[in-house]
Design a protein around this ligand. Structure first.
Ligand code: HEM
Length: 509
């Protein structure tokens, strides 16, 4: 009797579990059907073809497809299959003002980065506000004070990296710039103790490349198998090794600084590591390992973006060397007016250089889209179109830059386009036409509350590096290369081709 009762209990439990499982699976399937039905209501740029064909097409012709969509859909959103075969929702820029008001719980920047970088496995920190806050509240206001020091670091790093170039000399400038930027950013991020340590510099430079490799290896796995196998991928293990290595580099420096603080006369260093230490109590960061991950995160955000952008500008300059004499004159005058030092005031007065940098990224930014966000709760736009939760959105920034209603005669590269507007214009014209400007027509550094907080530092650093190069060298393409070295374009990304050389020759005055 007891046994029968027990068996009937087991069978009842089993039935309950089975029913619950069926209900759960049905709900998942229904939500999937609902999600697909909602997506299907949005117009698609490419209707025909298998998802693999669409994916390959996107990788090959992303730039053209974003331009086509921009022309075709104008003030409507549409969907397009992207590199991982999933549909992304492409949003025209006129919706940006309404989207920027939405909180991260509805339209999320960190969640978009989490999925793009597979942070569950790569462990990049995306959700700690301490990094953007420290960059905004400590680094940007410190620039006026730090610029002479940054300038001295640029000069020293350039002397170390660039050969004499007494005659025309070919250089793979991208790798040179990565080293310069790593040293200069290193001085500001970790301070004097580590910024010249080749081991630490290499760790920072390689981390970004290793992170991208790990992300690609994870994306190549089927999603359901990732929780089991991704942590064991050699590429992912390498990231763990880098984290441990960075922690070991930082440990003695952090310890020495904490010990020194006990001395009431101690002058705290003026760098990002110290600002992070100062804020660590408020943000409940108590281990060197966490600080090391923050440092790697900032390095990831800063080094290659800055050096790729500086490379883009030099590729444009080599293709249009007629800009070199007026730029050189401007830089000389700015320095002469500021006791030979590149102060913040000197940088601000280099409006032609700022303009040339801005015009370069109008044609050759680091990609064709901006404002990548994940939709967490459904959004109805002011034109009535509905964006379902679960999708990614992006704005076709390159198409915006090539629209002649935003930029008259938009097909023409006019290096001083923005300097001319600023010279004759109002305070608003001045504010809206700078390299660091972010708004609906200027999306290189993103848009809204997550727009790149490091852009002021990056702009200063790039200008100082370019100023040093333009003052000291004539620049041209390698013989036989006509026009600008084309960027490598894949899907939504565009990078200067690091395998190409530029020619440099020392200027003697
Ligand atoms: C030319 C160089 C750089 C470019 C092109 C660039 C670009 C960007 C872009 C597009 C975003 C996303 C913004 C959005 O979607 O709205 C971003 C975010 C960010 N960038 Fe930069 N960046 C550069 C340099 C730097 C530097 C030097 C730092 C650090 C000092 C930095 C720190 C960050 C951080 C912390 C975020 C995340 C902001 C947040 O979570 O709210 N970036 N950057």
């Amino acid at each position: 009797m007891m046994e029968l009762q027990y068996l009937s209990g087991v069978s009842h439990t089993f039935q309950t579990v089975a029913v619950a499982t069926i209900i759960f699976v049905a709900c998942v399937l229904l939500s999937q059907v609902n999600y697909r039905a909602q997506l299907a209501k949005l117009p698609a740029l490419v209707k025909e073809g298998s998802s693999e064909k669409k994916r390959i097409n996107y990788l090959k012709s992303g730039k053209r497809m974003y331009a086509e969509g921009y022309e075709k859909f104008k003030d409507r959103i549409y969907r397009m299959a992207t590199s991982d075969g999933m549909d992304s929702i492409v949003v025209p820029p006129q919706f940006l003002p309404e989207l920027r008001k939405l909180p991260d719980t509805v339209l999320s920047f960190p969640k978009a980065v989490d999925e793009t970088l597979e942070t569950k496995y790569t462990k990049v920190i995306t959700d700690n506000p301490m990094i953007p806050h420290t960059v905004k509240a400590d680094l940007t206001p410190a620039l006026v004070r730090l610029n002479p020091l940054i300038c001295a670091e640029v000069d020293e790093a350039m002397r170390e990296e660039m050969p004499p170039c007494e005659d025309w000399t070919g250089e793979y400038i991208y790798m040179k710039l990565v080293n310069v930027v790593a040293k200069v950013s290193g001085r500001v991020f970790v301070g004097p103790e580590l910024c010249r340590d080749q081991g630490y510099l290499d760790a920072g430079i390689n981390y970004t490349l290793e992170l991208m490799n790990a992300q690609r290896a994870i994306k190549d796995m089927r999603p359901w198998i990732r929780p089991f196998l991704a942590p064991r991928l050699p590429e992912v293990r390498l990231l763990r090794r880098r984290e441990r290595q960075a922690t070991e580099f930082l440990r003695p420096v952090v310890q020495a600084r904490r010990d020194a603080e006990k001395n009431p006369d101690y002058q705290k260093p003026d760098d990002m590591l110290q600002w992070l230490l100062n804020r660590s109590v408020d943000y409940k960061i108590d281990s060197t390992a966490q600080l090391a991950k923050f440092q790697l995160g900032i390095t990831f955000a800063a080094i290659h973006t800055t050096s790729l952008t500086a490379t883009n500008v030099l590729y444009s300059l080599a293709a249009s060397p007629e800009y070199i004499p007026p730029l050189r004159e401007e830089i000389r005058a700015a320095m002469a007016a500021n006791d030979g030092i590149i102060t913040s005031r000197a940088l601000q007065s280099m409006e032609k250089l700022d303009s040339f940098m801005k015009e370069t990224i109008r044609f050759n930014g680091l990609g064709f889209t901006s404002f990548s966000r994940k939709v967490l709760k459904g959004i109805t736009l002011s034109n009535g179109q509905y964006i379902p939760p679960g999708v990614f959105i992006e704005v076709p920034s390159h198409a915006v830059y090539q629209d002649s209603t935003n930029y008259p005669d938009s097909d023409t590269f006019d290096g001083f386009r923005f300097a001319k507007i600023r010279k004759g214009g109002s305070a608003t014209d001045n504010a809206r036409n700078q390299f660091v400007t972010t708004n609906e027509q200027n999306l290189f550094f993103g848009y809204g509350k997550h727009a790149c907080p490091g852009r002021f530092f990056a702009a200063n650093e790039i200008k100082m590096i370019l100023a040093r190069i333009i003052l000291e060298y004539d620049i041209k393409n390698v013989d036989g290369v006509i026009g600008r070295i084309p960027n490598t374009e894949t899907g939504s990304s565009s990078t200067p081709d690091a395998t190409k050389q530029l020619m440099f020759k020392k200027v003697h005055t």
